[in-house]
Ligand binder design. Structure first.
Ligand SMILES: C[S@@+](CC[C@H](N)C(=O)[O-])C[C@H]1O[C@@H](n2cnc3c(N)ncnc32)[C@H](O)[C@@H]1O
Length: 200
């Protein structure tokens, strides 16, 4: 039996979603998973950064290939897909991806999901990068900084990164300064453009 779920109504720029999420993320704590990878069920909450990121997405995204990293409940993915993007939502937590499938179906949204661990990025993804990468509150621990930086550099795409002001978030932006130009979109959201982008 899965965790008890509650429904939350979320509105982003006129797009409305009825999102199911675990009533109490603490119910999902798993000592065995923590022992292997320091895994904590952070996916089970809708973090403020996800709302900030979703709120700066363009109104029209028809045909744009969007990749979300560390999607958790996947609000930016849902908004982007509703606006016409071809979305691949990723996380290392299969439970997050399963619940996102349910939430997408309940809200009439089509998107793809994939298990992706930043420390082991699949070669096919790097070989065919998306048009836009989005990620909310992913640099919440220092150990996340280098794998995320390496992955974002390898993808080399325009990236929207939302961070609530965490120390590791600042470290990630600092680490990416050499390879991306940064625009501050407000609300903790940065738009990163690979230096030399768009290609001539
Ligand atoms: C603080 S939560 C943010 C979730 C969501 N983006 C939001 O803002 O509501 C961090 C997310 O990153 C995921 N995550 C943590 N480490 C990861 C890794 N190494 N690879 C992929 N996802 C990871 C977690 O499962 C979780 O969904």
């Amino acid at each position: 039996m899965g965790p008890e779920l509650v429904e939350e109504l979320v509105e982003v720029g006129g797009d409305r979603f009825a999102l199911l999420r675990p009533a109490d993320p603490a119910d999902l704590l798993d000592e065995a998973a923590f022992a292997v990878d320091e895994f904590l069920p952070y996916w089970a909450e809708l973090w403020p950064a996800a709302r900030s990121l979703a709120s700066v997405l363009p109104d029209r995204l028809e045909g744009v290939r969007v990749l979300e990293l560390g999607c958790g409940l996947g609000l930016p993915s849902l908004v982007a897909a509703r606006r016409g993007a071809e979305v691949v939502a990723t996380d290392w937590a299969d439970q997050a991806l399963e619940l996102l499938a349910t939430n997408a179906a309940r809200n009439g949204v089509r998107l793809a999901r994939r298990n992706l661990d930043w420390t082991r990025p699949p070669a096919d993804l790097v070989a065919a990068p998306p048009d836009l990468v989005v990620a909310a509150d992913v640099a919440y621990e220092q150990r996340n900084v280098e794998p995320l930086a390496a992955l974002l550099e390898a993808l080399g795409a325009v990236t929207l990164l939302a961070d609530p002001g965490r120390k590791a978030g600042g470290a990630l932006l600092g680490r990416l300064g050499a390879s991306f130009e940064r625009d501050d979109l407000g609300g903790g959201v940065s738009r990163l453009r690979p230096r030399g982008w768009p290609p001539r």
